[in-house]
Design a protein around this ligand. Sequence first.
Ligand SMILES: Nc1ncnc2c1ncn2[C@@H]1O[C@H](COP(=O)(O)OP(=O)(O)O)[C@@H](O)[C@H]1O
Ligand SMILES: [Mg+2]
Length: 421
Amino acid sequence: MNTAPTGPKQIRALIGNIPDPEELYGRDDFIEHLWKVIEGNNVLLLAPRRFGKSGILRHVLKRSHAGFLPLSFELEDVDSSEEFVWRITRELLVHDGVRRLLSNARKLPASLMGWVKDTFDEAEFEGAKVRFKEQIREDWREAAKRMLAELEKADETLLFLFDEMPRMIERISEKRGDESAREFLDWFRTVRLEQKDVLRRHRFIVAGSVGVDLVLHRLGAVAAFTDFARLPVEPLDNAPAGQLAEDLAASFGITWTPELSARLFALIGSPVPYFIHIFFSQLGQLPKASRAALTLDNLDQVYATRVLGPTCRRYFGHYGSRLTRYGKMGEKSAYAILQAVASRNQVSRPALYEIYRKTRGRNADEHEFDELLADLEYDWYLRLDPGTNEFFFRLKVIQDWWKRWYPTSAAAAKSARTKQP
Ligand SMILES: Nc1ncnc2c1ncn2[C@@H]1O[C@H](COP(=O)(O)OP(=O)(O)O)[C@@H](O)[C@H]1O
Ligand SMILES: [Mg+2]
């Protein structure tokens, strides 16, 4: 199996859009392994945003193995259990075979049966959403559970792909309260456990960017996903990353060399495909003559002035904006911590606690500090070096970006001085 195209390449510049299966580089082994794990387990795909989770899910969806019926759900904007059940029902009813099964089901609650029997076109369906959610409000737990139980009679194993489900759980707790989020998790767990004795059990792949364990910890529901195999999605290996760089270079008319690849990966820190794509989107804008004779110095310059500059700022926006999740004071502490690590490269835990304590004042709390650091670690801003017990930035490009856009006041003053002789 080779997911990357071979021969003359047609390659799309992708900055944030979900890659199609033929656009994926370096995930063959991972996907092969994923399918093995799926035979016997549910799967939790974990990685920071933009590492390539959704691309992998799309591959599973579009190149599904025989015997599975994959159903894909983007859950990032879902903030209630009713909305979740609506999305599932709508998707299930689109599949004729599934619909037939459901329409013959004896145990389906009346609140759902009407929806199965009647046919809607797409537009009517959207309009019907409010009505559906009202009807299902009281008994969504039972209705959805019975619907899923009915579907175990299907010829194929249903494979539910739940992209960004941890974010959905977080949103439910923000919008409807922790109790609603816990209720959902409980429900999801019983759905999985109650199908134990059945031959063809559904499978679930849950993908998430936010620290799922922290969300669960806050809700007191640490056991919610214990029956899931955890698969972390890592940066690419050097060979496929080099191939991606070579193919992108060819598509932009850039004369490329292994030395340029090495420098590009060194600038980023490790080959995360998103940043390779961003880098080339900028290289591609150089004048034709520069593209034909690109030097290492050109690369450094494009990195400093464009990749880290205002042109690309919005591609990184997420890294700053997601800190608002910590609340006003937590956000301030997170900034201070990230600034310290960005400017000093490695900072010990006690030193970071001091920084946290100063921004937090009398409200400083060791437990809150631990949670904050763990969250920054989960999102791969930071990593702990167990040898020295010091924190450092997981990706050089994000560290450089922090330094550029959120300088410490000392660094800002110094750069102002050097700019105005
Ligand atoms: N295997 C890959 N090969 C090439 N580009 C990739 C790959 N995985 C991710 N990308 C790039 O990263 C971006 C984000 O990928 P996506 O799968 O949406 O990540 P996530 O779901 O983890 O946020 C894509 O737009 C594309 O630029
Ligand atoms: Mg995604």
